[in-house]
Design a protein around this ligand. Structure first.
Ligand code: EPZ
Length: 424
């Protein structure tokens, strides 16, 4: 199995270019199922998750031209299957985002259940609640671990849908299905993440009539059909936060290009509370942690615009190195502290009480053999390795490659002593 080796790297310095957002590109690609016309999606990162999504779409009948780096041309002249591939769904939960588009375009989807993952059970009850509200029949087959969703004979019909939790995926799935429903749909307590706005922007380019995406109440006027489009994905706010923290944990200075400061306000605010220098310039976000007495702060993850759960583990790695104790509260997922055991192997001394982690801080981490327990925890272990003495060996790095484009290369370019090895 491949591993990543990281040595203590001293202060990082230089500039990094942020790729297109994984959590935007995946629904953007799924949405193209809803038209037979050609869609062109630009700034698509080269990620394992994107490859899985392309396979999912081709199984339904999509034709893909990805000859040009970073650009995907895709059209689905006709749907040839309405069954999600079980292996692909288990490899990537975001395969679920094809349910809404398939329901809208074809009127039926048979989707294997992805099951939980290391960070939580991750049910899809809110997705199914939305489909039922749009008039679809939902049959959950526990024996075969799959769900069949079928639109009525007249197709989908708009309705008011309240989300008990502002689920990103449920908001996206329902938003896509509603674009081709008859009449008006209102999604109440909708997720407000930037990726929702990016998806709504693409859908409106395709002819959808969506209003106030990005607020907690989204209104969709159903239309007869959708057309092709050209759409560029937004940059990845989680990759942006990851590299901001790379500068902070190594006490270096890094200019983060192609980042949208408005998408990372909580991270900027929290790093400033720690006395890290952050400057928003026309060139990008400049993070300067050199020669500064950094201090601890507390973190509480929340749905957007709160502090992002995907940055919780990288920020925790950073907090282990600053003076002062901090409390990290995870409110979005029920089991997103798997990285604590790994950080403690490096001497972090973190204790967990319910959904709070108490980080004593002020530690000189020591290199160790550790695991990537999920995509973002893997990034956190790389950050910890940069600041630790000696060598840190990170296994199960397939998690990292799902969501970070050219991860090792980008770190090398700003001075990290890092390499990928394969023990095959
Ligand atoms: C998206 O996952 C992201 N993935 C996640 O990023 C991110 O952590 C998450 O949103 C929260 O921001 C993609 O966009 C591909 P949710 P999603 O539905 O849509 C509960 C990464 O590292 N819930 O907002 O699955 C759920 O159990 C990944 O890039 C229900 O109870 O997240 C969780 O506790 C990790 N019922 C909470 O809501 C449902 O029907 C948030 O889940 C759906 C969700």
């Amino acid at each position: 199995m491949a591993k990543i080796l990281v040595n203590n790297s001293g202060p990082l310095h230089g500039e990094v270019w942020i790729s297109g957002a994984k959590n935007s590109v995946l629904p953007l690609l799924a949405a193209t199922l809803m038209t037979a016309d050609t869609c062109v999606i630009e700034d698509v990162p080269d990620l394992a998750d994107v490859s899985v999504m392309k396979k999912m779409l081709c199984n339904y009948g999509a034709k893909i031209d990805d000859a040009e780096e970073g650009t995907i041309k895709i059209s689905t002249p006709e749907i040839i299957s309405c069954e999600g591939d079980r292996e692909l769904v288990q490899e990537m939960r975001a395969s679920l985002f094809t349910m809404g588009p398939m329901l809208a375009r074809y009127g039926k989807i048979v989707m294997p259940m992805p099951g939980g993952c290391t960070i939580g059970k991750r049910p899809i009850d809110l997705h199914l609640k939305g489909f039922r509200a749009l008039g679809a029949e939902v049959v959950e087959d526990d024996e075969n671990e799959q769900v069949t969703v079928t639109a009525g004979p007249e197709g989908l019909t708009g309705d008011v849908i309240y989300l008990d939790f502002p689920s990103v995926g449920a908001t996206e799935n329902i938003l896509m299905a509603a674009t081709l429903a008859k009449g008006t749909t209102i999604i109440e307590n909708a997720a407000k993440e930037p990726e929702i706005i990016d998806l709504a922007n693409q859908l409106n380019k395709m002819g959808a009539r969506i209003k106030s995406a990005g607020t907690d109440m989204i209104r969709i006027e159903g239309v007869e059909k959708l057309s092709g489009c050209i759409h560029e994905a937004i940059p990845d706010r989680i990759e942006t936060g990851t590299f901001m923290l790379a500068a902070a944990i190594t006490r270096g200075d890094v200019l983060i290009r192609n980042a949208l400061p408005g998408h990372v306000r909580p991270i900027i605010a929290k790093l400033r509370e720690c006395n890290v220098g952050i400057e928003v310039t026309p060139e990008g976000i400049y993070v300067d942690a050199r020669d500064r007495d950094l201090i601890a702060t507390d973190i509480k993850t929340l749905p957007y615009p709160g502090f992002p759960t995907d940055i919780q583990s990288p920020f925790m790695a950073f907090l282990t190195t600053v003076n002062g104790s901090s409390v990290v509260r995870e409110t979005v997922f029920e089991n997103r502290f798997m990285h604590v055991v790994e950080l403690n192997r490096m001497g972090a001394g973190i204790e967990i009480e319910n959904r709070e982690a108490i980080v004593p801080g002020g530690k000189q981490l020591k290199g160790a053999k550790v695991r990537a327990t999920d995509l973002r925890a893997g990034a956190a272990m790389v950050l910890a390795g940069l600041a630790a003495t000696g060598t840190t060996e990170i296994s199960e790095i397939y998690h990292i490659e799902r969501g970070y484009e050219n991860f090792v290369g980008k770190f090398k370019a700003i001075g990290a002593d890092i390499m990928k090895i394969s023990n095959d």
